[in-house]
Write a protein of this length. Structure first.
Length: 591
């Protein structure tokens, strides 16, 4: 085997890994993250968990990716450890599909059917279809499907390159003697585990073994311990991903390790015990790529069936390895655990997680504002302190969420996720400003309380109407953000226009009372600050509604939106404007 064969082997492995990654990314974007989000909504039914874990892994072609996602879900609190165990078992079952697909490289025959099943035939066809979808079609979804075809073609091409590079080894006596070394179960397991851990892909490791088997020099006794070791080596990815996570997430990674270690020990004891008692003639027979897929499937499916009733035992074993401590409660109170960096490569999942955190931020902002407005009527220091604390929380949300969204925006996003992230970045800025305005309202209430000032009955009546309008526009805009209700979003701007008019009217009335000596200049300044703050809050609510509309309309011009609805949608706008104007009529002004 010359240097060119070695380079061809390395190149084949590179193509294999790239093709698998490209296919997985295409599949993930085509599904829009639905499979991954479905994982996060699992019930406690372990059989459903196993089946779903197998299905997701079969689709995304990576048990490591599924397990890393599960670790992230457990770390975020979306999934309980007991739920995760079934999914982890299913991931091991799902990864066997890849081995069966790779076994197609060993198909031989001269018939048309055999020729069509050969990788060099259908890989070329798949590659051509993928290029056509990516180059000539504009639909993002079709381009993602094209990536799946391209990825599969490259994967199979890489597998063929590895097989061709290894073929010359069959004629080398030294290679045959080297292979006999791996009949030692411990050495074979170690080689399989290390190889899989290094390349971070059990599918690629199995592919290399299948390429070796295609030479006709690898026996059952050699391949068996290597396959067992490969199943242990694949646990390294999840273990690495759990570093820095909470204890439950680390326990999930340990369950993955225990599952494979227990299964391997059980299989090795049973098989070698039987071999010691009975002469197993097939042990020295050469193994085909399909034989590797068979062993891989039997091991994972049997282990899953044996250990599925013992999920409580695996969970208890993980808890014994990592027992709870007093600081665990503090970790569980982390408000930002949904923003897990493990999801950044699963952009659809990460986007949904970020949106969930943004919704929580909106709820805190709304609570802060309503609490502050309530202080204008009934001031108390406890309420004022709560407004300050809520404002600090909102600031923290903006920092954490903004940083996460910026990191996420650098990833390869679908058009839908890219729009969602842009909207979230704009809206959390509006939420933060509204919480700042809540603090301003609280300070105005505190100043009036400390100086024992009080608005006139007329001013209080007007402020009551204005407050009700602000409460409605905030509730409406935040509900629009949470539900993405486009029809309701169109109602925000007419109410915002009414609020602008309310601000102008109250200012004029205040000036009239000031001239008649019914109000002091000091109270006038405070009132002016409050109503101006109210108007700014309404402006931010309008921004939120505009950005939600922006998500649903291509070529959306934010600056031209207000002008457009007044001209194009003028009848609807005017009707809603009149409705809100009548609803928030100011009381009759006193002379």
């Amino acid at each position: 085997m010359g240097i060119m064969n070695v380079l061809q082997l390395i190149a084949g492995l590179a193509f294999f890994l790239f093709g698998m990654n490209e296919m997985g990314v295409g599949l993930e974007k085509t599904s829009g993250g639905k499979l991954e989000r479905l994982l996060g909504r699992l019930t406690s039914n372990r059989v459903k968990g196993l089946l779903l874990g197998a299905a997701v892994t079969a689709v995304i072609q990576s048990s490591s990716a599924t397990t890393v996602m599960v670790v992230g879900f457990v770390n975020s609190g979306i999934m309980k450890l007991s739920q995760a165990i079934g999914v982890i078992m299913g991931a091991n079952v799902g990864t066997t599909i890849t081995a069966w697909v790779l076994s197609l490289t060993a198909i031989e025959g001269d018939s048309a059917i055999f020729q069509l099943l050969k990788p060099e035939t259908f890989a070329a066809v798949f590659g051509l279809i993928g290029v056509i979808l990516i180059v000539f079609l504009k639909s993002d979804r079709k381009k993602h499907v094209g990536s799946i075809f391209i990825g599969f073609a490259i994967l199979m091409f890489g597998m063929k390159m590895m097989s061709d590079a290894i073929k010359p080894l069959a004629n080398l006596p030294e290679f045959g003697r080297t292979m006999t070394m791996f009949t030692n179960p411990v050495l074979g397991m170690l080689v399989g585990a290390v190889l899989t851990a290094v390349i971070q892909s059990s599918s690629a490791s199995v592919g290399i073994l299948q390429a070796l088997c295609a030479t006709g020099t690898v026996s059952f006794s050699v391949a068996l311990p290597v396959i067992m070791g490969q199943n242990i080596g694949t646990c390294v990815t999840a273990l690495i991903s759990s570093i820095g996570a909470n204890k439950n997430a680390r326990r999930a990674a340990l369950v993955h390790l225990y599952f494979n270690v227990i299964g391997t020990v059980f299989f090795m004891i049973v098989i070698y015990s039987v071999k010691a008692a009975v002469n197993l003639s097939f042990f020295n027979d050469t193994l085909t790529p399909a034989g590797v897929a068979t062993i891989h499937s039997i091991f994972n499916i049997t282990t899953a069936l044996l250990l599925l009733p013992l999920t409580k035992f695996l969970e208890k074993l993980a808890y014994l390895t990592l027992p709870d401590k007093t600081d665990e409660l503090l970790q569980d109170t982390n408000e930002f655990k949904l923003l897990d960096v493990r999801f950044l490569d699963k952009t659809a999942v990460a986007t949904q997680q970020a949106r969930s955190v943004a919704i929580k931020m909106a709820e805190i902002t709304k609570r802060s504002l309503f609490k502050a407005m309530g202080l204008l009527k009934h001031y108390n220091e406890e309420g004022a302190e709560e407004v300050c604390q809520l404002e600090e929380r909102v600031d923290k949300y903006e920092d954490e969420l903004g940083t996460y969204l910026v990191r996420l925006s650098s990833k390869n996003l679908s058009e839908k996720d890219s729009k969602t992230i842009s909207i979230l970045l704009h809206c959390i800025g509006d939420f933060e400003r509204i919480s700042d305005h809540a603090t301003n309202i609280m300070q105005a209430a505190r100043e009036m309380h400390e100086k024992e000032l009080a608005f006139s009955k007329a001013a209080m009546a007007e402020l009551k109407v204005f407050t009700a309008a602000i409460e409605e526009i905030v509730s409406m805009a935040f509900d629009v953000f949470t539900t993405e209700n486009i029809e309701k979003a169109k109602d925000v701007e007419p109410l915002e226009e009414v609020i602008d008019k309310l601000n102008e009217s109250i200012k004029k009335r205040h000036i009239h009372r000031l001239r008649n000596g019914q109000c002091t200049i000091e109270l006038g300044f405070i009132l002016s600050d409050i109503i101006n703050t109210y108007e700014r809050v309404a402006d931010h609510c309008s921004n939120v509604a505009i950005w939600i509309l922006h998500a649903r309309e291509s070529g959306f011009d934010t600056h031209g939106y207000i002008e457009r609805i007044r001209n194009v949608d003028s009848d609807y706008f005017e009707a809603k404007y009149r409705e809100y104007k009548e609803k928030y009529l100011l009381p009759q002004a006193s002379n």
